[in-house]
Design a protein around this ligand. Structure first.
Ligand SMILES: Nc1nc2c(c(=O)[nH]1)N[C@H]1C(S)=C(S)[C@@H](COP(=O)(O)O)O[C@H]1N2
Ligand SMILES: [Mo]
Length: 412
């Protein structure tokens, strides 16, 4: 629907509108047959990367901006800022409207002992700094595979990353304000705007139960990999809760409420970021009361080397690399298969840099003869739960697809 409107708009606007959209003059534009759209616009070819982002991020939506990282570009041990995926529910604030020295974070809520505001320089000065590698994965990562399809961004495998975040402990700040004994949840509010432009509407306002908020690794962060957080990832201040749906980690953070009930901000209720409390048949309609909030994410892994489609020579071995993560848990093992899951071999698996950081796996694969192969990777968490080889439980909004990642390899 959106695409058709955009197409019509461009066609009606003629060459000048199309040039504007391309960010460039169409040199032989007068020869472009009537009714034809430049192929770059048809295929959503991007000449101008998102600000601060790598040009090869795959843009799934440009309003609001949603962009994912191709698996082979996630090969770094720590995800670089320009390669970290972007999931916006609304419109990011303008960089020029943000003065980090004047930025304030307010703590309030029914279960806060008082209302208190901290400027960003004050946060940095008054509280101890911590740095952790924390994995953020969108609850909808992998949505693309569900059948019947689920509405929303059709994420493939790239709505995940693990960066090194620096900030103060949320716990230290909440305790400084004072947490009353009736505290149940925290809810965040950010500076981004609802897609409608209506300032009274929140694009998203989620949070976590108080026990997660008070964990050591739960951060209010201003730095990502030693640099300012990119604007699209929440500059100048955001929450980071490793291992939980990244929707909990509020960006452009301006306010946190300590709630005496489960936070009821935008996208906390109804079906958003929830799955059926009990498994349902694919395509089922599920009532809101039977939907439960997603907490710790399931075990998952991603092959980041080689890129799918790798070609090697017979007799050559193939180095395999990737990452594995398991929500609040540790990953116990990662295995790979080259025979569609009939047999599995263990990969080398490194310990996490800290709790809630992803873990790196590697293997050296030998192939018995020439031909087409798939390499599958499967991780198991410390409780002995493994990734499913095929799609896990279908759910109406298409969350938590942690099926094994597969790549194609040709040996000739
Ligand atoms: N203020 C605000 N915070 C937000 C969002 C948002 O749209 N606005 N999106 C959430 C969702 S759904 C996800 S998956 C993560 C994405 O973080 P990233 O864009 O830094 O990758 O941010 C979360 N925090
Ligand atoms: Mo998300």
């Amino acid at each position: 629907m959106e695409k058709i409107n955009r197409r019509q708009f461009l066609l009606q606007g003629g060459i000048s509108a199309m040039s504007l959209a391309l960010g460039s003059n169409i040199v032989f534009g007068k020869h472009l047959p009537a009714g034809w759209l430049p192929v770059a616009l048809e295929e959503n070819t991007v000449f101008e990367p998102l600000p601060g982002k790598h040009p090869e991020l795959v843009i799934l939506n440009d309003r609001p901006i949603n962009a994912e990282t191709p698996a082979h570009l996630l090969d770094d041990l720590i995800t670089p800022n320009d390669l970290f995926f972007v999931r916006n529910n609304g419109l990011a604030p303008n960089k020029t409207s943000i003065d980090p020295d004047k930025w304030t974070l307010q703590i309030d809520g029914e279960a806060a002992a008082k209302k208190q505001a901290y400027s960003l320089p004050e946060l940095k000065k008054r509280f101890k700094h911590y740095t952790y590698q924390l994995t953020l994965e969108c609850g909808g990562n992998g949505r693309k595979e569900f059948n019947p399809p689920a509405k929303g961004n059709q994420w493939s495998t790239g709505a995940v990353g693990c960066a090194e975040w620096t900030g103060v402990r949320l716990k230290d700040v909440l305790e400084d304000t004072g947490i009353k004994s009736n505290a149940v949840y925290i809810g965040y509010y950010g500076k981004d705007q609802h897609i409608s432009g209506d300032p009274k509407k929140e694009p998203i306002s989620r949070g976590v139960p108080i026990h997660k908020a008070l964990e050591e690794e739960s951060l209010i962060a201003w730095s990502m990999n030693g640099k300012d957080i990119p604007l699209l990832n929440g500059y100048p201040l955001r929450l980071v809760f490793g291992g939980w749906p990244a929707s909990c980690s509020g960006k452009w953070l301006e306010r946190i409420s300590i709630r005496d009930r489960i936070h009821d901000g935008a996208k906390m209720k109804g079906q958003a970021y929830r799955i059926p409390c009990k498994p349902v048949a694919p395509g089922s309609k599920v009532e809101d009361k039977d939907m439960c909030i997603i907490e710790s994410m399931p075990v998952k892994s991603l092959i980041t080397f080689p890129k799918t489609g790798a070609m090697i020579k017979k007799g050559q071995s193939l180095p395999l690399r990737g990452h594995a993560w398991a929500g609040d848990l540790r990953v116990k093992s990662v295995s790979y298969s080259i025979d569609f899951g009939s047999t599995w071999k263990k990969c080398d698996l490194r310990a996490p840099a800290n709790r809630l950081a992803w873990q790196h796996f590697s293997a050296e694969i030998a192939f018995p003869e020439s031909g087409y192969y798939e390499v599958w990777a499967k991780a198991e968490d410390e409780n002995g739960i493994s990734q499913p080889m095929l799609l896990p439980g279908w759910n109406p909004k298409g969350y938590l697809n942690n099926a094994c990642h597969r790549i194609a390899v040709k040996v000739s």
